[in-house]
Design a protein. Structure first.
Length: 334
């Protein structure tokens, strides 16, 4: 796992777009549990490139040896028709990598990217490592998504293969198309200064989707653990995305668990980084020693489109001969 985070943090009170909010929205924003965000002049592709170079360098792998490059879609491409995925390929020098984008599910888009990586590795035994990368950059200078979160800048890259430091044991995901347009940016015919991430139905978000999310996450967690022969006591840590302090509390109460402290710390200092959140928090938990070899962790991801996903990971490489045949078929390493 490789991350790029802007070295400087900007206080929310210093962001012009926050100061210009209506008083009611400023009050909601102040309760999110976010104090600073990272702001960088680089575009999303450059943020992804910086993270990708770090992941490759840490693994000691050349970009020329990559079998595939999967780019999690940006919030907003710079131009239509062009391919920023192949731009990233060219910048990295991943000459031989099968390259394309994966997305459409907001924050949860990292899960289908991982499922695709697993499928590629399983389909071609000779395929080299697969790099999954994403640059998180707000659609415009308006970083606040009322009443949900504040977006920061950052890059994340995951290098996946058949052996690694973290094993992705299993993944579950569900979607509900009834909420496909719950949040959107109406950009056609508008100057970028007027682009906003808008909620089209706040009662639906605050109540109906909240109930749906609680029920979906409970069922998905039970299914994920049951089909891998685990119970909650076998899970050392639970990791979620960074939307708001209230969102983290909601997840804890809905699932009757406690999230690792890294989630709240990264929320406080970095804000929301889209599909990058869960693996950034996992990386932090490894660095702080809250997770060690042999531990299981569950990564919880939700998108208001609506989509839900849970990832079961085990710290340490795949253990030869120890996994049941069905579980073994699920595993990919990062």
């Amino acid at each position: 796992m490789g991350s790029f985070l802007p070295p400087a943090r900007t206080k929310l009170a210093e962001l012009p777009s926050i100061l210009d909010l209506p008083e009611e929205q400023r009050a909601v924003c102040a309760q999110l549990g976010i104090e600073t965000v990272g702001v960088d002049d680089a575009d999303a592709t450059t943020l992804a490139e910086r993270a990708a170079r770090r992941a490759l360098a840490e693994a000691g792998i050349s970009a020329e040896d990559l079998g595939a490059l999967l780019v999690v879609e940006q919030r907003a491409p710079r131009t239509l028709l062009s391919s920023e995925a192949t731009l990233l390929q060219a910048r990295l020098g991943a000459t031989h990598a099968l390259t394309f984008t994966v997305g459409g599910l907001g924050c949860v888009s990292v899960t289908p990217a991982l499922l695709t990586a697993r499928g590629l590795l399983a389909a071609d035994p000779e395929l080299g490592p697969v790099l999954v990368a994403h640059g998180s950059k707000p659609v415009s200078e308006h970083r606040y998504r009322h009443p949900v979160t504040v977006n920061g800048d950052g890059g994340q890259a995951l290098l996946l293969g058949r052996r690694g430091k973290v094993t992705i044991v299993d993944q579950v995901q569900e979607t509900d198309g009834r909420y496909w347009d719950l949040f959107h940016v109406d950009y056609r015919g508008r100057h970028p200064s007027r682009w906003r991430e808008e909620c089209t139905d706040q009662p639906a978000y605050s109540f109906r989707l909240a109930v749906e999310t609680r029920n979906r996450l409970r069922a998905l967690l039970d299914r994920l653990l049951r089909r891998n022969g685990l119970v909650r006591a076998d899970v050392r840590g639970f990791v979620s995305q960074n939307l708001s302090a209230g969102g983290l509390t909601f997840t804890e109460e809905a699932l009757d668990l406690t999230l690792l402290p890294d989630c709240r710390e990264n929320l406080r200092t970095l804000g929301h980084l889209g599909p990058n959140d869960v693996f950034l928090n996992l990386s932090s938990a490894l660095q702080t020693g809250r997770l060690a070899d042999g531990d299981h962790a569950v990564l919880i991801n939700v998108s208001p489109v609506a989509a839900w996903s849970l990832l079961l990971v085990r710290i340490g490489p795949e253990r030869d001969g120890n996994a049941p045949s069905r579980q073994k078929s699920q595993e990919t390493t990062a």
